[in-house]
Design a protein around this ligand. Structure first.
Ligand code: C2E
Ligand code: MG
Ligand code: MG
Ligand code: MG
Length: 286
């Protein structure tokens, strides 16, 4: 398309750009409405101990179902919510809902994704303390997952925030490890308790492959820095086997369970605990 800008000037009009912008504006407006109408939900994906296969924690993942045009996945709206500031109420909603849902499952830890914008918000620490207080969720069972971008941009502030959360008993994990540029130096400066190896690193994992060498190296690096290692996106037995052999501590992926609503998670917990006689009763409080 071509647009005239008066005086015979001609500017190229980018229809694709406008399409994208309109879509973003529409989603931005709908996020606000969606929050007011309680359209968002939280699903939980199991993380299992690599050796025993027992579920040790879950990752909370936001879902936006039941919209007339179909469900939107987080990759399609989290970035927009980050750009508009809507990530603050959205993130708090996820934290509060997840703490309420998981509070009765007393042996399962909870991991919640936190956006850089939340992490750098001076009000965030206080809001977290408030949610923990309201839901009576023990900080020792809560972990935040944070990606590399923010850490590299603001290392000092990020290190302080990680330390502050850890001081309350929480833990902080580095998410999507292997997709960014975290140097070994940074890894050492932060007090991460876990790193999560990104699923893109698990592609081509087969005995003796380069992918296997890379993942094995990443795992021993993290172990050497006293961090626990979680692999995400584990879909096959072969991957699980190789990751176990490489010393990975925890596994997460469709092989062990997809993200699911809280009712399904509770049913799964009952199943797991039923196979452990004598443990059943005290694990499901309430
Ligand atoms: P993430 O934190 O790295 O979460 C893992 C993603 O991998 C999830 O996608 C999960 O459904 C997917 N996944 C898990 N196992 C497998 C597998 O075996 N195969 C494949 N192909 N995928 C697997 P999801 O739920 O679409 O979330 C995408 C991203 O959106 C998350 O990546 C996270 O960065 C962001 N996100 C999700 N919920 C929240 C939230 O409440 N707050 C914030 N700030 N970000 C969120
Ligand atoms: Mg995550
Ligand atoms: Mg990840
Ligand atoms: Mg991701």
């Amino acid at each position: 398309h071509v647009k005239t800008q008066g005086k015979g000037e001609i500017a190229v009009y980018d229809a694709d750009f406008d399409q994208g912008r309109l879509r973003r504006l529409a989603i931005e407006a709908q996020i606000g409405k969606g929050l007011n109408r309680s359209e968002f939900e939280v699903f939980y994906q199991p993380v299992v101990d690599a050796d025993t296969g027992r579920m040790v924690s879950v990752e909370a993942l936001i879902r936006w179902p039941g919209r007339p045009e179909g469900a939107l996945m987080p990759d399609q709206f989290i970035e927009i919510a980050e750009a508009t500031g809507q990530i603050h109420p959205l993130g708090l909603f996820v934290l509060e809902r997840a703490c309420r849902d998981l509070a009765p499952l007393i042996d399962i830890k909870l991991s919640v994704n936190v956006s850089p914008a939340q992490f750098r918000d001076p009000a965030f620490e206080r809001q977290v303390a408030h949610v923990l207080d309201q839901t009576r969720f023990p900080p020792a069972r809560l972990q935040f997952e944070i990606t590399e971008g923010y850490l590299l941009a603001h290392p000092e502030r990020a290190i302080r925030a990680v330390e502050a959360f850890k001081a309350t008993g929480m833990s902080v994990a580095l998410d999507d490890f292997g997709t960014g540029f975290t140097s070994i130096h940074y890894l050492r400066s932060y007090g991460f308790s876990h790193i999560k190896i990104d699923k893109s690193l698990l592609v081509g994992l087969s005995p003796g492959s380069k992918a296997t060498m890379l993942v094995t190296g990443a795992i021993s690096l993290a172990c050497g820095l006293d961090m626990r290692v979680i692999a995400e996106g584990v879909e096959t037995e072969t991957q699980a086997e190789l990751l176990r052999a490489a010393g990975c501590h925890e596994l997460q992926g469709y092989l062990f369970g997809r993200p699911m609503p809280i009712a399904d998670l509770i049913a799964l917990c009952r199943e797991q605990f039923a196979t452990e006689p004598g443990q059943r009763d005290h694990r499901l409080a309430g």
